[in-house]
Design a protein around this ligand. Structure first.
Ligand code: PHE
Length: 423
């Protein structure tokens, strides 16, 4: 049995859900490192070019397709040509697998939310992360040892995702985005404001202001900019298409795409000012060179930041939890977005109601995620991440470009986009 088609009840619900899908771990811990290692201030040029050339353009294609067909990606590709339906299931499979390990990283963060109130990671955060959180083993036999605290936190994140995704669109994803996104913004403003008052902050934030113009001639810098936009705006994962299919008639698609792309990039640039300032403080107080601190991924969040909080004094009891709660909120809004496209396609194809689909998808997802709660979890996660993000996701983006730019008549979509937009 299928329910009547869901529709966003307000423009803000749609925009905030879209921003929530984009703002995630990529914005908080990936971007500062990409910015730093690709020329600092001058990186803004390829970055802005890639927002227009790839980011906004791709989001527009997904919006136009979703809005015009008002169906899930599986049904849309089936409608264009029966032969294309497997492409949709390939994209959704990649998205689902990404979700299984993304949940694990959000789970690690949940552990750090709890630890941060008491600086429970102790004097050696690097050892704590390796021995008490990951329990990483070198051998494959690590797969048979379960790490209970990671398993519990993965379960909690899947449970939260299930609880939100099973609900009607506006009561679930819409409402949660309308609550979490404003809170996230307030917390980030507080963190950045505080970080700018720290001694040594200028060592950090001047890195963003000091451009290395020679980097602009380097093709890899341009590639890094485009890669960051794909990751950060969650391109190619059918999220924008899914969310746009729930838009009511008369929606201003182009205006919405521009708002979402700039909010996402504004968030990551603004957040970097805070991250860099905090790392500048660490350089001043500990003497560790700045370039050794700007790592990316879990190393930055779960090792370097706890080290910084250890040197910060009492303020760390507030800034620490705020930092990890920010990652948690950003992560949850991305997880529910990743799942929505998968659930929607399954429900529509097999005529199963939303609640049941979400339940089955989350149970299967949790079972797969348990691999990451083992001693070999972090190694397997690295392999998943490397393959899915560097290869499968880019392949999905390419396939969508070919299908919607070539096979499907793109000119029709331009009409759909312009119909009600001001921009
Ligand atoms: N864009 C989000 C982020 O930056 C979501 C995302 C999830 C992106 C998984 C890529 C892979 O975290």
């Amino acid at each position: 049995m299928t329910e009547t088609k869901s529709e966003w009840n307000s423009r803000s619900a749609f925009i905030l859900a879209m921003i929530g899908s984009a703002v995630g771990l990529g914005n908080i811990w990936r971007f500062p490192n990409v910015l730093y290692s690709n020329g600092g201030g001058s990186f803004m040029i390829p970055y802005i070019v890639s927002i227009f050339l790839l980011g906004i353009s791709f989001v527009l294609v997904e919006y136009a397709v979703g809005f015009r067909f008002k169906k899930s990606i599986a049904r849309i590709l089936f409608t264009i040509s029966k032969k294309l339906e497997p492409v949709a299931w390939f994209v959704l499979f990649v998205v689902f697998l990404i979700t299984t390990y993304y949940v694990c990283v959000v789970g690690w963060d949940l552990i750090y939310v709890v630890l941060s109130f008491t600086k429970g990671w102790g004097a050696n955060p690097d050892l704590y992360f390796a021995n008490n959180v990951l329990h990483a083993t070198d051998s494959v036999s690590g797969i048979f040892t379960i790490v209970p605290n990671v398993l519990v936190s993965i379960f909690i994140i899947w449970f939260i995702a299930w609880f939100i995704n099973k609900r009607e669109l506006n009561n679930g994803i819409g409402k949660v985005s309308q609550i979490l996104l404003p809170l996230l913004c307030i917390m980030v403003v507080a963190i950045v404001g505080f970080s700018l008052t720290l001694p040594g902050a200028s060592i950090g934030y001047t890195q963003i202001l000091t451009p290395d113009w020679s980097a602009l001639g380097n093709a890899e810098v341009w590639l890094a900019a485009f890669g960051q936009i794909v990751f950060s705006l969650s391109l190619g994962m059918a999220i924008a298409m899914t969310y746009a299919s729930y838009l009511p008639k008369g929606s201003r698609l182009v205006d919405n795409a521009v708002i979402v792309a700039f909010s996402n990039s504004g968030f990551e640039v603004f957040n970097s000012i805070g991250i860099f300032s905090i790392l500048g403080f660490m350089t001043l107080t500990s003497g560790i060179p700045f370039n050794e601190l700007v790592t990316e991924g879990s190393g930055l969040a779960f090792v370097v930041f706890p080290q910084v909080f250890n040197t910060m004094g009492p303020a760390a009891h507030i800034i620490g939890p705020l930092f990890f709660i920010c990652i948690l909120f950003a992560g949850i809004t991305s997880v529910i977005a990743l799942l929505e496209g998968v659930c929607y396609s399954i429900s529509e194809k097999f005529l199963i109601e939303r609640k049941k689909t979400a339940t089955v998808v989350c149970i299967v997802g949790f079972c797969i995620s348990t691999i990451f709660a083992t001693g070999a979890g972090s190694t397997i996660l690295g392999i998943f991440d490397g393959f899915l993000n560097n290869f499968a996701l880019l392949f999905a983006v390419l396939l969508e470009c070919l299908i919607f730019g070539w096979i499907y008549k793109f000119d029709d979509l331009i009409e759909t986009l312009n119909e009600h937009s001001n921009i």
